[in-house]
Every structure is written in C-alpha cells, then in structure tokens.
Design a protein. Structure first.
Length: 319
C-alpha cells in the first residue's frame, strides 16, 4: 500500500519503539537522522512541562539536520501515549502534542476515539499497538489509522501470538499501515516482516545497546551478552505480561523461574511509588527475544546502517 506522508520518506521501513526511560531526545534525534522513525513515551519527560521542551529540542535538531542534508532529510518522530485510565498525565500530554502538532502518536493500553479525533484534528497519524485481533478491531472502530501488532518475543508488554498468525488475520480486514513488533533485531527480520504483510518493522531492544540510549552500562552490556533464553515473560512488575532480562530479575533478589503473578488491576502508569523496593524498567529491564543479533554497543547511526546492509543483502539473496 501507499503509506501516509508521515511514513513515506524513511531510509529503512523501521520505527524505533518507544521505551520507558531508555528513549529520550538524544536517541530519538539519532534515529530520525539515521532515517527511521524515532519515538519516546510522553511519560519519559519529567516533570510534565518537560514534554514541550523535549519536542522543541527534537524539532530544532532535525530542522538543522535537514538544512545541512537536503539529500537525506530526517525521518519524522512519534510520541507514545499510554491511554490507560491510570495515566493521570494523559490529558496534559495529549494537549501538548496537539498544540505542537506531533506528526505521529502511538497509543498503548487502551483505544479512545476522543484521543484519535484530537490527533486527526491537526492532521496527525495515530498508530495503536495491539496483541490480538479483538484489540485490533476495537482500535480501528475507534479511529486508529494504523496498527502495531506486538507479537510473541517482543520486548516490554508483549502478546503471545505468532506474527504469522496475527498479521495474516489482521490483513483479512485491514489494509492500512501495519508495523510489526516481536524479536526484530537484524535486517533479515525487517525484510521478513514485510514479506509477512507488514509495512514496517517496530524495533526496540536493539536500540538499547546504542551510545545514545538512556540506559545504564549494565543494561546495555546485558543486551549484548544476552540471547532469547535470557528473557522472562511475567506480569509481576506491571500487572500486564511483559518480557524482561533474567539477569535484572536475579539482581533484584528474585527467582525468575518462580515468580508470583500480579493483579492486573494494580497497573499504574501515571504515578511513581518511591516506596517500592523494585521499580519496573529502572531495576527490572525490559528486552525482546531478538537480542542474540546484538553483538556490540554502537552508535544509532551504525545500528541503522547494519540493519540496512542486512536488509539489502537479504533482498538480493532472494532475487
């Protein structure tokens, strides 16, 4: 299909997934300059007024880049909004994004037609992440422009469906923008995502092991050292099932093989519990199963160059 203008000038069909704490302006700017969509969760900008400052910083840096590189303009950026009822910043953060006319909004953990209408009011694009067909249908009914199937093996909050099954079923009734998420960390997987029927690949974990990512050295080292067997799927830390690095769970004094389950009603994305001995994403590190492809800590530009090289080589091998 012909992609919307916001997704039409990419060097590689890739969206850098928004990662809590990890994604901040330096990473987003580097991703966009490298030619892929960069994104960050609105909740990363703390306190709340910092969100407008972050957007202004990203815009200014990308405008300077475009002026100096007219032959290779930067890709657009996106802001992720948690649409769950516990997010007490949603009204503020959405208002800022509307006023600043953020080109792409990624919505998660809920689908709301009022949010979609607000973004469409200035011509923005809404992509909604889903883990099953029912959620996909609901998101489209409420006005999402595109979908992000978060399949088995994706980092952070992920579903359990195979991408072969989920993309196939979605494409029966939806032919709009589709960005596939789930263990994608090399160029061959980007090409495979497109072969399955997706328009773009949605990549998170590989970007953690970049110099621009806002992650501690131990986190980046664990991504480089890790493989799929180092990933643990549990709902203990946020109330929603997610994939985390085994080493970080062990470092917190917990047994990754015998974790209790959590009450989903305990989800809270809008506030911080400073009394909690372990904080998700800060102490317990999210990661997808595809990290075996990550062999070193590099710049974001170098990572995108590797992905593009592998993508082109895989494409050529099929000819």
């Amino acid at each position: 299909m012909t992609l919307p203008a916001q997704l039409g000038r990419l060097r590689l069909p890739v969206i850098g997934a928004p990662m809590f704490i990890v994604s901040h302006p330096a990473l987003v700017i580097a991703q966009c300059k490298a030619g892929v969509v960069g994104s960050f969760p609105a909740l990363n900008a703390r306190p709340a007024p910092a969100l407008r400052t972050w957007i202004a910083e990203i815009r200014a840096e990308l405008a300077t880049w475009d002026a100096a590189h007219p032959e290779a303009p930067a890709a657009p950026f996106a802001v992720n909004q948690i649409v769950h009822k516990s997010n007490n910043r949603l009204e503020h953060d959405l208002a800022v994004c509307v006023e600043e006319r953020v080109p792409i909004i990624i919505t998660s953990l809920g689908a709301r037609d009022d949010v979609n209408r607000a973004v469409h009011g200035y011509g923005g694009l809404v992509l909604h992440d889903i883990t099953n067909v029912a959620h996909a249908e609901k998101a489209l009914e409420r006005g999402a422009d595109g979908l992000i199937p978060v399949c088995a093996g994706a980092g952070g909050h992920a579903g359990t469906m195979s991408p072969f099954a989920l993309v196939q079923e979605i494409r029966r009734f939806f032919h709009g923008p589709l960005a596939l998420s789930g263990a994608i960390a090399n160029g061959r997987s980007v090409l495979a995502a497109r072969a399955l029927g997706a328009d773009l690949a949605y990549i998170g974990s590989a970007f953690i092991a970049t110099h621009e990512a806002n992650a501690p050295a131990g986190y980046k080292d664990a991504i480089v050292a890790g493989t799929a067997r180092d990933i643990v799927y549990t709902n203990l830390f946020s109330g929603v099932h997610a994939n985390y690095l085994r080493a970080s769970i062990e470092a917190a004094g917990l047994d990754p093989d015998h974790l209790p389950t959590s009450d989903p009603s305990a989800m809270n994305f809008g506030s911080k519990n400073d009394a909690a001995p372990v904080k998700r994403w800060r102490d317990i590190w999210g990661s997808g199963q595809g990290i075996g492809a990550v062999q070193e800590i590099v710049t974001t530009a170098a990572l995108v160059a590797r992905l593009e090289r592998e993508y082109r080589e895989a494409l050529e091998a099929l000819r």
